[in-house]
Design a protein around this ligand. Structure first.
Ligand code: PD2
Ligand code: ZN
Length: 282
């Protein structure tokens, strides 16, 4: 059984539909899923998703959404990620926030900036009504997206993130690099897509919700540019090579994951953001 067995993938949906089309009884389908590692509630939930009207034996609640999470046994302050040591500088439970030290080397930060620089353009934000994007005064940085696995450097960083956060590379969006000049900021927002907005359905078709964010600092701004979490009055200073991770198991403000990029006061700020989805993002 794969460790991701409890995740409802397109392959699973297809298999479930084929079983139902072939006239299999829900009980038998669930029994088959249980033999390959599914818990009964999760199997029933998956079945309900492909056949909303199905008569199932019990009333099903959605199982908790899995989220990315580093392997942090109690007291762990250093994680060896395939030979690369990553320090654990701070953890918080609610919101789930982990601050990593030395996730990227100085050379990796510099190289990422140089790969991104020629492709920077004014950053856009998602337009909730349509799911498209537009320039917005809440976000005054320049940015660009890499394709997943686009270069050997990107591959190396993506593999490290996947191992650190126990989340498959394919379930992540392409890396985004942002450059903030003095005065530039990213006003507080949530990274998940608001289910109440009409454009969200279209966005979710590609990989489901965002469930985690990793913001990697590629330089150390002279002053300003910290990442803030206003709900809990937390401020994370930007230091080259460090990264702040936070996760959200539902697209709700109760996750306390409102966060922003404070204005850069002096110097500039470079970050790379990796957003992680519920399932494969293509
Ligand atoms: O640059 C940041 O500190 C920041 C703050 C809030 C980045 C993001 N959000 C993001 O890329 O989502
Ligand atoms: Zn954000």
């Amino acid at each position: 059984m794969s460790v991701y067995a409890q995740q409802i993938t397109d392959d699973l949906r297809q298999w479930l539909r084929s079983q139902l089309d072939a006239g299999c009884r829900p009980d038998d389908i669930v029994a088959a899923m249980r033999t390959s590692g599914w818990s009964e509630p999760a199997a029933l939930y998956a079945l309900k998703e492909v056949q909303p009207g199905a008569q199932l034996p019990v009333d099903i609640q959605a199982p908790a959404t899995r989220v990315p999470e580093p392997a942090l046994a109690e007291g762990v302050n250093l994680i060896d990620v395939d030979g690369h040591p990553v320090r654990v500088l701070m953890t918080m439970k609610h919101p789930r926030v982990v601050l990593f030290g030395g996730l990227l080397t100085d050379e990796e930060c510099d190289a990422l900036i140089e790969e991104a620089r020629p492709r920077l353009a004014r950053s856009e934000t998602v337009v909730n009504a349509t799911g498209g994007s537009e320039v917005n005064s809440a976000r005054t940085s320049d940015g660009m997206f890499f394709l997943r696995g686009e270069s050997p450097l990107i591959q190396r960083i993506e593999n490290r993130i996947a191992t650190l956060l126990n989340w498959p590379v394919k379930w992540g969006e392409g890396l985004q690099v942002l450059h903030y000049r003095p005065g530039a900021e990213y006003k507080p927002h949530h990274d998940y897509f608001d289910p109440a907005h009409s454009g969200t359905d279209a966005v979710l078709r590609r990989g489901g919700q965002r469930v985690g964010t990793l913001v990697m600092y590629l330089n150390t701004p002279a002053r300003g540019g910290s990442t803030t979490f206003p709900d809990v009055a937390l401020e994370v200073a930007a230091f080259k090579g460090n990264a702040v991770f936070f996760s959200y198991d539902k697209p709700q403000i109760s996750t306390r994951t409102l966060h922003g990029g404070a204005p850069v006061v002096e110097g500039t700020k470079w970050v790379a953001t990796k957003w992680l989805r519920e399932r494969e993002f293509n």
